[in-house]
Design a protein around this ligand. Structure first.
Ligand SMILES: CC1=C(/C=C/C(C)=C/C=C/C(C)=C/C=O)C(C)(C)CCC1
Ligand SMILES: [Fe+2]
Length: 343
């Protein structure tokens, strides 16, 4: 498959461990104390999400201008970079305008897009990094995307509706609007229906994968990650859980994917020189990460009700993330197609 030609087997093997293990370790390390009933002050829970501005989170999208060309094994020349910049300006710009006009609907779209995007990231990791052979058809892969994306986007709604609602309200409040249009999602009957449907999807997807699996290990890894994250998002409060997941799960896996399509980084990985590979990524991501911070400042000036608290600032940051995620998903979906992730 096209994915294995991205880099040498040695590079992939080195990277798979480094890309997957921190997410497992961090989520396991958080599940245990929260199962034991510890409580963490709300402000502290925001730390990972704030850190994601510079640690993996925001930077993981800041290499999008090179990503498609590199995936196609082309040099990212000015034309290629310009195409991605135009994509961000048009799609991100339009979505930014929609936030001002219809904040509640924009939030719903953000959650739906993130659901898909975080699911597609995990599908790539399963197929390309974990050598999964149990996802043999498009419906199975689409089911896996829905299951994986639902872990960070739906499970917190089911387990922590009040927290979820607070964050949702923080976002739309920036635009001097209220989240009343979304109230249905927090009703017990709606959450119960979503829980039943989602639970059935998880069970059906894993069962079908089990039947289709030739080698048991990758299937077992898929099941363990799915059920592990289910427990994680069910017991760790959402702002903390999503913040850690964003950095160490989704973004780290995507950075690994970027390293494998960058010849110089892949060569460094082949030499087992992880720091040289990650330094390449940091250098590539730095300019647009800095530019993003400037745009974030612009958003601060434009919103009708600018933030003055940590949750307010994080809400502003999440609106910014929403705006850049839409074009980012287009880039990653093109990468998926080039690499045959859905085939
Ligand atoms: C923090 C948080 C939420 C949403 C976070 C989102 C949607 C983050 C998206 C990040 C993206 C898209 C990154 C790009 O890859 C919820 C679930 C609304 C409620 C609970 C707390
Ligand atoms: Fe992403």
């Amino acid at each position: 498959m096209a994915l294995t030609t991205d880099a040498t087997a040695a590079a992939r093997a080195t990277l798979a461990r480094v890309a997957l293990a921190p997410g497992w370790a961090a989520s396991a390390a958080l599940v245990v104390p929260f199962l034991a009933g510890v409580s963490v002050p709300p402000t502290l829970q925001y730390v990972p999400l704030v850190a994601s501005v510079v640690v993996l989170g925001l930077p993981h999208g800041a290499v999008d201008h090179f990503a498609v060309a590199r995936t196609r094994d082309e040099r990212p020349d000015l034309r290629a970079v310009g195409r991605v910049v135009a994509l961000y300006a048009v799609v991100g710009g339009a979505y930014a305008v929609v936030w001002f006009l219809a904040p509640a609907a924009s939030l719903a779209l953000f959650i739906a897009v993130t659901w898909f995007h975080w699911g597609q990231g995990d599908l790539y990791a399963l197929v390309a990094l974990a050598d999964a052979d149990h996802l043999r058809s498009l419906p199975q892969r689409a089911g896996t995307v829905l299951v994986r994306g639902g872990l960070p986007m739906l499970v917190p709604l089911l387990a922590f509706p009040a927290w979820y609602r607070r964050v949702a309200t923080d976002l739309v409040s920036l635009f001097a609007a209220d989240a009343a249009a979304l109230a249905w999602a927090f009703r017990p009957d709606a959450r119960a229906a979503l829980a039943v449907a989602y639970g059935a999807l998880v069970a059906a997807t894993l069962a079908l994968g089990y039947v289709r699996a030739e080698s048991r290990r990758p299937w077992a890894l898929d099941a363990a990650e799915t059920l592990g994250l289910l427990a994680y998002f069910a017991v760790v409060p959402p702002v903390l859980a999503v913040g850690v997941y964003f950095c160490l799960w989704h973004s780290l896996r995507h950075v690994a994917r970027l390293l494998l399509v960058d010849d110089a980084a892949a060569a460094a990985l082949g030499d087992r020189d992880l720091s040289r590979a990650f330094a390449r990524f940091a250098r590539d991501a730095l300019p647009l990460t800095v530019a993003s911070l400037a745009l974030l400042g612009g958003l601060f000036v434009l919103v009708p009700d600018p933030p003055s608290t940590v949750p307010g600032w994080v809400a502003l940051y999440l609106v910014f993330i929403a705006v850049v995620t839409l074009p980012h998903v287009v880039v990653v979906t093109v990468m998926d197609r080039e690499q045959g992730v859905w085939a």
